[in-house]
Design a protein around this ligand. Structure first.
Ligand code: DHB
Length: 507
């Protein structure tokens, strides 16, 4: 709250809500546009109404980020479509927990993922500040090998696409205040949802069928948005921004390679990738520290009391390799190999003798798989770096402090001075963690989950996605979680299937 008040400019007595003049969506304020979208079933010409950018809070901290665009299809290949009651795809473009913006956007799919102009290195997903890769964003394969934005695929399917800008960790004002650090991004996404819901009836589309999407940090935020619907924990932040008075619950969450559960991710990472050398160094991480962190995962996984999907039974660190192999990895390899021509499959299997492919089914063990993935992307600890150099340290900055520790383990071993975590960190972690809201069975969470992850993604532990999936499924939610064989961080091999899933679950 302190940070939000400092960063925001709340006027407590000002009436806010759907009647707030600045937050009333004007259905007549559009420009008609036509774009060609490369879908899996060929190019489609989509004529649509483009709205915005419009600022979605009454008291923006930075309207360059706290604004959204709305794209409403009116005809596809010359055939009129009525999107008045269509599902709304809320496609965030966050990567690396950095800012994303729709400033200057003049059409669907033009959002920049890092708040810097499209075409710059960071925007295109190559080098991001401090050497991290922000490969998330809103751009994905269309299911036929072409790169296209999910927002574009949404309008080409007759859905309404909303592209929200949100603040991110690197934003700093003239006073040196970091005003986009946690929980700014999730608060902004919730404010955007409240804006949409407050404008039900004025805004084309069905606000009861809001489907969030995002990749990587954006995938984590999408999961968090889904899990934390209407949680009162965010109320004070939303009030300070002058968010519209409405629900921030969503219908479904699409989450690609979510970089989530950050305070538990260092242990999970060592459990998953601890015996692999670190990319670029050829060296193992300190195996004593790796084992210590791995032990933390054992305890954490026990504390979750999760049940594996498909009747697997209690999910522990002991059986988790088997769970991943049987539930995700072998089925993923099987699908991959089955889809290949016989010649390509033979060649692949000859190169990858760790896989036994018999009777149409791929079989391999954990060691074979981990070895196949090769070097781990991150050093130790993967998220709460001892020298505060990780992006996540910046995510948990506050005020003029750019980066802080968020685990006791790393704080105690800090090479940068601070030996304890600050008192506000535990609450901040809950605000940023979908697992917190799933563990507390938030009744306003979404009930439909689409989760995807590449099997060669070592940006975090595979258990992060599968724990979200198991937690949601354990609460009775509908979960569609698969892995893309041999794909790395940020992969989206079946965007067409996702678009179809949106149609099915919102029926
Ligand atoms: C992203 C990648 C990371 O490795 C990380 O720690 C956080 C975010 C991303 O691509 O968004």
């Amino acid at each position: 709250l302190v940070a939000a008040v400092a960063a925001g400019c709340a006027t407590p007595d000002e009436p806010i809500g759907p009647t707030h003049v600045g937050l009333t969506f004007d259905p007549t304020a559009y420009t008609e546009k036509t774009t060609t979208v490369a879908t899996s079933s060929g190019a489609k010409s989509v004529t649509y109404r483009f709205y915005g950018p419009v600022t979605y809070v009454a008291n923006p901290v930075d309207a360059d980020y706290q604004s959204l665009t709305v794209s409403v299809p009116i005809s596809i290949d010359g055939r009129p479509v009525d999107a008045a009651n269509a599902p709304i795809v809320l496609a965030n473009s966050v990567g690396g927990y950095m800012p994303s913006s729709v400033k200057g956007s003049t059409g669907v799919g033009e959002q920049t993922m890092t708040g810097v102009p499209a075409g710059s290195a960071a925007a295109s997903g190559s080098a991001a500040p401090s050497g991290e890769v922000a490969s998330g964003g809103n751009t994905m394969l269309n299911g036929a090998g072409k790169t296209v934005s999910l927002a574009k695929l949404a309008v080409a399917a007759g859905y309404v696409a909303v592209e929200p800008g949100v603040r991110g960790r690197t934003l700093v004002n003239a006073k040196g205040d970091y005003y986009g650090v946690a929980p700014a991004a999730i608060v902004d996404l919730k404010a955007a949802v409240r804006y949409l819901r407050a404008n039900a009836g004025r805004l084309p589309g069905d606000v009861e069928r809001l489907v969030s999407t995002g990749t990587s940090a954006g995938g984590a935020l999408s999961a968090l948005l889904g899990a934390s619907g209407d949680s009162p924990l965010y109320d004070s932040y939303l009030r300070d921004l002058g968010a519209a008075s409405a629900s921030d619950a969503i219908f479904a969450a699409g989450c690609w390679c979510p970089i989530a559960d950050l305070e538990n991710a260092d242990g999970a990472y060592e459990w998953n990738w601890g015996t692999n050398s670190i990319a670029g160094t050829g060296k193992l991480a300190d195996q004593k520290l790796s084992a210590q962190l791995r032990d933390k995962f054992v305890t954490y996984q026990q504390s979750l009391k999760l049940t594996g999907r498909n009747g697997y039974g209690p999910l522990t660190a002991d059986n988790y390799t088997d769970y991943l192999l049987t539930t995700y990895l072998r089925p993923s390899a099987t699908r991959f190999l089955t889809a290949m021509s016989a010649a390509a499959r033979s060649a692949y299997l000859a190169k990858n003798p760790f896989i036994d492919f018999a009777a149409g089914t791929a079989f391999f063990d954990w060691d074979g798989y981990v070895d196949h993935v090769g070097a781990r992307k991150k050093s130790l600890p993967a998220f709460d770096a001892f020298d505060l150099s990780a992006g996540e340290n910046n995510l948990f900055g506050r005020g003029t402090t750019k980066a802080r520790h968020f685990t006791a383990y790393s704080a105690a071993r800090s090479t940068s001075g601070s030996k304890a975590v600050d008192a506000d960190i535990p609450d901040l972690l809950n605000l940023m963690n979908p697992m917190y809201h799933l563990r507390t069975a938030n009744s306003q969470r979404c009930r439909k989950w689409w989760i995807r992850l590449g099997t060669k993604d070592s940006d975090t532990s595979l258990t992060v996605s599968s724990n979200i999936a198991a937690a949601a499924a354990g609460l009775g939610d509908e979960v569609n979680h698969r892995m893309y064989w041999d794909q790395g961080h940020g992969a989206n091999d079946d965007a067409a299937a996702f678009i179809e899933w949106v149609g099915t679950v919102t029926k």
